[in-house]
Design a protein around this ligand. Structure first.
Ligand SMILES: C[S@@+](CC[C@H](N)C(=O)[O-])C[C@H]1O[C@@H](n2cnc3c(N)ncnc32)[C@H](O)[C@@H]1O
Length: 276
């Protein structure tokens, strides 16, 4: 009998259901199952360490201020943000700059999207400590959000600050700012709404300027057709600080959504190719 006991298989380690969160009631790993879509992604899915404070914020605050990008329904931004104009920020990282912009401009709602769990907890904690009610944190791939969950012309603006530069040539296809992304972005922006990008990676800045200038749904806010001066409302971000420490030069790009609708209409009908 004792021999039998010695040879009994060890209890299996619990297998986590993909739809289950690491934090009770918090964000799940892959809400839309999009990591299995045959598509190039602009982020590297990673399992990062979450501090006790971030985990606590995710458990307590996610049910009220967070939501999953599950691709299942179109969001009613009017209701979610109590009628405020809404700006989408893609890739907020640790969220310090997002919280500062939310505090400086309480009359604008910020829909802040990232896949990075520690950052989601960090931003929720910052929003709570600063008494901010104009920030919502979305978990998942911004491409799914734009493609499936935003009504046409739902956004007043869009921010993409220091997107992953993917410096190696074979990874350039993973860069977010590409023509197909811009077509999706244009669909979700109101005419006149501004897409604001910033990067410290010179070759990516050049690519951004080229594809934005060539896209029929965007026009440069700069009369000379070049980079924009850094707007006062954009705080220094964490990645920007790291770039500046390395001597990098930062470029801002401010492009307005035109009233032309040719490509945006195609995207709204769901036929846009995807990148991300
Ligand atoms: C280089 S970091 C910059 C973070 C922050 N904006 C800053 O300047 O410190 C880029 C962030 O974008 C996020 N990201 C990249 N592609 C994304 C996508 N398709 N959907 C949501 N988040 C994305 C990454 O997870 C990462 O946190």
């Amino acid at each position: 009998m004792s021999e039998l006991r010695n040879h009994a298989p060890a209890p299996a380690a619990p297998v986590r259901d993909r739809s289950e969160s690491r934090f009770p009631g918090g964000p799940v790993a892959d809400p839309a199952g999009s990591h299995h879509e045959r598509r190039i992604r602009s982020f590297q899915p990673r399992r990062s360490r979450v501090t006790t404070g971030q985990g606590d914020a995710l458990t307590r605050l996610w049910p009220r201020w967070g939501f999953e990008i599950d691709g299942k329904s179109v969001l009613d931004l009017e209701e979610i943000f109590d009628g405020l104009p809404v700006v989408l920020e893609i890739g907020f990282g640790m969220g310090e700059a997002t919280a500062r912009m939310g505090e400086a401009d309480p009359g604008t709602g910020i829909l802040a999207v990232d896949v990075h769990t520690p950052g989601q907890g960090n931003l929720l904690g910052l929003a709570e400590r600063n008494g901010l009610s104009n920030i919502r944190v979305a978990n998942g791939d911004a491409i799914i959000l734009l493609r499936e969950m935003l009504a046409p012309a739902a956004l007043d603006g869009m921010r993409v600050y220091f997107p992953d530069p993917w410096p190696k040539k074979r990874h350039h296809k993973r860069r977010l700012i590409q023509p197909e992304f811009l077509t999706l972005a244009a669909k979700s922006l109101k005419p006149g709404g501004v897409l604001h990008c910033a990067t410290d990676w010179e070759p990516y800045a050049e690519q951004m300027l080229e594809v934005l200038s060539a896209h029929p749904d965007f026009e440069n806010t700069q009369e000379d057709g070049g980079y924009a001066p850094r707007p006062d409302f954009r705080p220094l971000t964490r990645f920007e600080g790291q770039g500046l420490d390395k001597g990098h030069i930062v470029h801002d790009l401010l492009f307005r959504r035109t009233t032309a609708t040719a490509t945006a209409t195609t995207a709204a009908q769901g036929s846009a190719p995807l990148t991300g």
